[in-house]
Design a protein around this ligand. Structure first.
Ligand SMILES: [Zn+2]
Length: 253
């Protein structure tokens, strides 16, 4: 608990900032100014009404000034990031691995929510996340610096090729540029094997979840959501899964 609680508290504050990113990045607004405002009445929000999770609960999800409802997305994202940071400290123990896991998870959550809402993945998460990933790997984090470079290259190159091939075959844009940049970022955190696992898992999830939903009416596929889920899974279970697969290939004795 000595490390988990402070990590969770830090996570809730970072989740609060992630909410700002989620709302403002797709609109190309500044993320530092103006200060937080009520989206309905425009009055700025005092610090005591801006405490992660607690303020929303105390105000019962309503603005203090105009009384209109504040989206439940705010406390949900704050809570999710708090769990993520606390969970990383608990699972890996305080250290560079936990920090890498927490940052990676936060980026993936931002990507998933933004892609689901707007069908786009802002460069701040992808290029920005890639720079962070390489810096962490440089500091002896996961997966090692050259693995991170290789992973980023494979992620970018593979997705670029799939997008190019898809466009030639289907005569329409099969994958957005955001997905390509996203997989470069993902590769810098989990290496080239993680990229392959993420791509496989994302395609599987997308097929299982989205195809039944989209049979009724044609809609865009926020592929980044499924890639994000598969990337998070790969980060935690990649080594175990690859070990099992190697055993499977070598066959029974
Ligand atoms: Zn208001």
């Amino acid at each position: 608990m000595f490390e988990v609680l402070p990590a969770a508290l830090l996570g809730s504050v970072i989740g609060s900032f992630l909410n700002v990113l989620i709302v403002r990045l797709p609109r190309d607004q500044s993320i530092v100014s103006p200060r937080s405002r009520c989206p309905k009445c425009g009055r700025s929000i005092a610090w005591y009404d801006n405490i992660p999770i607690l303020s929303w609960l105390l105000l019962r999800g309503r603005c203090r000034h105009c009384g209109q409802s504040i989206s439940v997305q705010y406390p949900l994202v704050e809570g999710a990031v708090a769990l993520l940071w606390g969970g990383a400290a608990w699972y890996y123990g305080a250290g560079l691995t936990a920090l890498t896991a927490a940052i990676f998870g936060t980026l993936l959550l931002g990507i998933a929510v933004t892609d689901a809402r707007h069908y786009l993945i802002p460069d701040e998460y992808t290029w920005g996340g890639l720079v962070l990933g390489l810096a962490l790997a440089w500091r002896n984090g996961l997966p090692g610096f050259w693995q991170a470079i290789l992973g980023a290259g494979v992620g970018f190159g593979l997705l670029y090729f799939i997008a190019w091939a898809g466009e030639r075959v289907f005569k329409e844009e099969a994958m957005g540029g955001g997905d390509i940049k996203m997989m470069a970022m993902v590769g810098s955190y989990i290496g080239w094997q993680g990229v392959l696992l993420t791509l496989f898992g994302g395609a599987l999830l997308g097929t299982l979840v989205f195809v039944p939903l989209s049979l009724k009416r044609r809609r865009l596929v926020p592929f980044g959501v499924f890639l994000a889920a598969a990337a998070a899974f790969s980060f935690v279970w990649k080594d175990a899964l690859l070990g099992w697969y190697a055993g499977f290939l070598s066959g029974p004795r």
